[in-house]
Ligand binder design. Structure first.
Ligand code: NAD
Length: 457
């Protein structure tokens, strides 16, 4: 059994039956049969089902937001925003699937009586193992284009967002996706590991680097397609020519939105020495305006962290920073209450010997480091094994983009942060992952091209 716990109260809100090796194998068999039929369903009908799903999301936003908040502790306004943001992602896939999936004749040569053509076939049954922090985003990045491309999906939501996973499955089925074409698997890591042991055509994973490594090892045994969207330690540099107040406001949001539990949360801030003090003051002022409290309250901006055990990681990063001489500006400890609350925490005078500037924090805790030049900022931003996003705040676009060109990460931001667009490829480098979702790359990844060499007589 899986106990679903409300992180704001520490109370068990539901108990769910979990899958086991037999049920996972049986679900795979069902999905395999169903996928063969689904692949023959015209694209227009698949598009129609996803359009219905979108409509159901619109109709049930409030109910779904309440479920999400109850199990992950996300402030209710941010749960609603996630559901609203989901619509834009679905629209992108609805508008672009036909263009990406259509057959393409690349050569037609009557003299040689030769035609060359590319068609796109689904991968088959794929596994989708998901994280809890944005279950609608990270799930839909995979299952929407995968279903449109004719795949069946065995979907394992995180054990911390299982109710949302089941709600997604119900909505897809109600929308017209056959029950066996999208099947949820409920459980913890052992169920995910069991899914990787099935003869699936590919595994699409969102989660931590540590689990991503295990998935890659499991996949290597069978040579299936592997896509991994993993963690980050995303840096931002505030240049001396930045609009300091605007940068501080934007970066405080980037660091603390969703309680800092975003893969692309701002996790390290470097500020030029000429504006360091002004920036730190403005940043601190903004953080002080954040309302911490009951995630069901509309006014709350910071709720509890989702996983109780993660509080120990935050404690450890705080004590390591303090031991090494960082200056604590606010927070630094767990907040009172039965829920898993941690005070919004800001450190100044940090450096790269501290864990909070090296390891993914994934919580309401940020360090601000002083630098004396663009070159030093570039060196420090690249001093990481991760490579998901990075940003520069500056009034000079050319200088900012020149800096960003030197940063080894999948996404870069000028005067913005913590941003994902369905039109742009989402990918990580190094320990941040392998493969791409979103954009047209994120549709292509769910098909295998077939090359046709056709010579007439
Ligand atoms: P996690 O790695 O603990 O779990 C992710 C999923 O993997 C869960 O469904 C879990 O049950 C499953 N799992 C655990 N062990 C497994 C195993 N051995 N085999 C198969 N499956 C297994 O990660 P999490 O706590 O859910 O998510 C947080 C992490 O996800 C952070 O590092 C965050 O940065 C990252 N993330 C990345 C992106 C991105 O787009 N790059 C997006 C969201 C979250």
């Amino acid at each position: 059994m899986l106990k679903v716990i409300n992180p704001a109260t520490a109370q068990v809100i539901r108990e769910l039956e979990t899958d086991n090796p037999e049920s996972v194998a049986e679900k795979f068999q069902r999905a395999q049969l169903a996928q063969e039929i689904w692949a023959c369903v015209p694209l227009d009908d698949r598009l129609k089902a996803i359009r219905n799903f979108r409509e159901l999301i619109v109709q049930r936003t409030e109910e779904l937001a309440q479920i999400l908040t109850s199990e992950v502790g996300k402030p209710i306004s941010q749960s609603r925003s996630e559901l609203k943001g989901l619509l834009g992602r679905i629209d992108f896939f609805l508008e672009n699937a036909a263009r990406v999936l259509r057959d393409e004749t690349v050569l037609s040569d009557p003299a040689q009586k030769l035609e060359e053509k590319i068609t796109h076939e689904p991968l088959g049954v794929i596994g989708n193992i998901s994280a809890w922090n944005y279950p609608y985003y990270v799930g839909s990045n995979v299952f929407i284009p995968a279903l449109l491309a004719g795949n069946a999906v065995l979907y394992k939501p995180s054990e911390f967002a299982a109710l949302t996973g089941l709600a997604i499955a119900d909505l897809l089925h109600e929308a017209g996706i056959p029950d066996d074409v999208f099947i949820p698997l409920i459980g913890r890591g052992d169920v995910g590991a069991e899914l990787c042991r099935q003869p699936i055509a590919g595994i699409f994973f969102t989660g931590s680097y540590a689990t991503g490594q295990k998935i890659a090892e499991a996949a290597a045994k069978r040579l299936m397609k592997v896509q991994l969207e993993l963690g980050g330690k995303d840096p931002t540099y505030v240049r001396e020519d930045a609009d300091v107040d605007a940068a501080a406001e934007s970066l405080a949001d980037g660091a603390f939105y969703n309680c800092g539990q975003s893969c692309c949360s701002v996790e390290r801030i470097y500020v030029h020495e000429k504006v360091y003090d002004a920036f730190v003051e403005a940043f601190f002022k903004t953080v002080k305006t954040f309302v911490v409290g009951d995630p069901l309250d509309d006014k709350t901006y910071i709720g509890p962290v989702t996983r109780r055990e993660h509080l120990a990681v935050l404690d450890r990063q705080v004590s390591d920073a303090l031991k090494q001489g960082a200056k604590l500006l606010c927070g630094g400890k767990r907040a009172a209450g039965p829920g898993f609350y941690f005070e919004p925490t800001v450190f100044a005078n940090v450096n790269h010997s501290m864990e909070l500037m090296r390891e993914e924090t994934f919580g309401p805790l940020i360090g601000i480091q002083k630098v004396s030049s663009d070159a030093e900022a570039i060196q420090l931003m690249n001093d990481t094994e991760y490579g998901l996003t990075a940003g520069v705040y500056s009034k000079a676009r050319e200088r900012a983009t020149a800096i960003l060109a030197e940063i080894n990460s999948g996404s870069v931001y000028w005067n913005c942060c913590d941003r994902v667009s369905p039109r742009l490829p989402w990918s990580g480098r190094g320990h941040s992952g392998v493969g791409t979702t979103l954009s047209t790359y994120g549709i292509q990844t769910f098909v295998q091209p077939k090359a046709w060499h056709l010579r007439g007589v």
